[in-house]
Design a protein around this ligand. Structure first.
Ligand code: SAH
Length: 463
């Protein structure tokens, strides 16, 4: 992080602008909007600045800058077209630890001014740290367009009720949950539609009828996080990620996705590489129950879909038995992710009429698969957790009658920037996997559909 983001309370604080042109005027307007007590030092003033002076909104010192001008200032902006003066202002401020900004000169800025979307009291600030101001402006335009003005109203109403909500719900979590639901429901709709009185009435009513005990009850959300690319999360997943008190996750959930979890949430890594469970499944099940009974909103994030080779079923069985509230949110399973991102349709009128998902994970001595069911030429087979057992799997499929020349692929880290796709045949795939050092997570796809990869693979191979 190159800059520390913050919002500064400048009400009645002495601030200085050096310079009297149009740029100075723009900065002056912003500082006045924030309630600053503004002094402008400049031999001459643009008309509108002069008008501000005449109305008594700013104080004007009509002369060149002097280092004594900095005395007692919270913040200083240099906006002259004279580089030497700007440099002097900068040096004097730095020497005295006064916050300084030289307009359009990042290397002479102790602070920078972001692009803002103003829905006071709601404020969105964007900065690229000076790297791409145009990008910041474009983003700003996008947010402007999607953030209705009513959000400002909603924020103001919430502010007005804040103390009463605090008195009503002593428990911090209950309070947060009250707001999470209150600010999404009909009150929000009314505020966004410009019906301020209706929105307030709605909030009041909720406050009167919310049950503190119910708000303090915990719950577990078993959420599919998809195959790794954050763009493939569902809206529901993202929303729950931002409401969680605690999140349990494992290897399959990419760091880029964990980044999106509410910053204050506790993060518990429960591991899970095959044969190297950081926490045994039974302990995970028990931990989920305990956290929920403590009143927490618990997010159990799973790679892909929780109900496809995710042991999601086992985890919620325990929750159901303990009477804990839970919800299951589907995710894009890695077979779908790999199929789309590798350009290998899992079914196709000319190639495959059905698809089967199987696990290549060994249980005890053997892989427990119904091999004869997997050898029809018109069937696609997707094998999860099969990297290590690939030679055995391919061999068994051939032994049970699938043609050794059947196209087969392996897709490593599907949908992410590091995705790799290798294609061959049932006979050649195991050697390919070894030669290229493919590691889990990876999926094996077997069937005639793999031959379409050459034509339909739309994703540039990774470097
Ligand atoms: N619930 C998950 C599967 C968990 S089992 C899902 O629905 O996808 C773990 C296996 O999933 C891995 O061994 C691998 O075979 C597969 N897998 C998960 N993410 C993957 C990815 N990004 N690319 C390829 N395979 C993946």
């Amino acid at each position: 992080m190159d800059y520390f983001p913050l919002f500064l309370n400048l009400r009645r604080q002495r601030c200085l602008i050096v310079g009297g042109g149009d740029v100075a005027l723009r900065k002056a307007r912003l500082l006045l909007a924030a309630g600053a007590e503004l002094i402008v030092v400049s031999p001459d003033l643009a008309d509108e600045l002069a008008a501000l002076r005449d109305r008594g909104e700013i104080t004007h010192a009509q002369r060149e800058f002097d280092q004594a001008d900095i005395d007692g200032m919270r913040l200083v902006i240099a906006a002259t077209d004279d580089e030497a003066v700007n440099a002097q202002v900068h040096a004097e401020c730095e020497a005295r630890n006064v916050l300084v900004n030289v307009v359009d000169t990042p290397e002479k800025c102790r602070f920078i001014v972001p692009s803002i979307i103003d829905r006071a009291p709601l404020m969105v600030a964007i900065s690229t740290g000076g790297a791409a101001p145009v990008l910041a402006r474009q983003l700003r335009a996008r947010i402007e367009a999607t953030l209705p003005h009513g959000y400002g109203v909603l924020a103001r109403l919430a502010g007005a009720l804040r103390e009463r909500v605090k008195t009503r719900f002593g428990d911090e979590r209950a309070r947060r949950r009250f707001w999470e639901t209150a600010l999404e429901g009909p009150a929000a709709e009314k505020a966004l539609a410009g019906n301020e009185a209706g929105a307030m009435a709605e909030l009041e009513q909720r406050l009167a009828h919310s049950d503190a005990a119910a708000l303090q009850r915990g719950a577990v959300y078993l959420v599919g996080a998809g195959p790794g690319n954050p763009d493939l999360l569902t809206f529901r997943a993202l929303r729950l990620m931002q409401q969680a008190d605690v999140v349990l996750y494992d290897n399959l959930v990419a760091p880029a996705i964990i980044e999106l979890v509410r910053r204050d949430a506790e993060r518990i890594y429960v591991g899970k590489k095959s044969n190297n469970h950081a926490l045994p499944q039974e302990d995970i099940n028990r931990l989920l129950v305990k956290l929920a009974l403590d009143g927490k909103t618990v997010l159990r994030l799973k790679g892909g879909d929780p109900f496809i080779f995710g042991r999601g079923g086992e985890e919620i069985e325990e929750l159901a038995a303990a009477g804990v509230d839970f919800e299951v949110v589907p995710g894009i399973t890695s077979a779908s992710g790999a199929s789309c991102y590798a350009g290998i349709p899992l079914t196709h009128r000319d190639h495959a009429q059905s698809v089967t998902f199987v696990t290549g994970h060994r249980r005890g001595d053997a892989i427990e698969l119904d091999w004869p069911r997997l050898v029809s030429p018109s069937e696609t087979v997707v094998i999860y957790m099969g990297v290590k057992q690939a030679p055995h799997i391919c061999e068994q499929l051939i032994a049970h009658g699938r043609d050794a020349g059947t196209p087969a692929a392996i897709v490593e880290k599907a949908t992410t920037a590091e995705q790799r796709v290798l294609t061959g045949t049932l006979a050649s795939l195991p050697a390919l996997i070894t030669r290229h050092g493919i590691k889990p997570p990876a999926l094996i796809i077997v069937g005639s559909v793999v031959s379409l990869h050459g034509k339909l693979g739309w994703r540039a191979p990774s470097a």
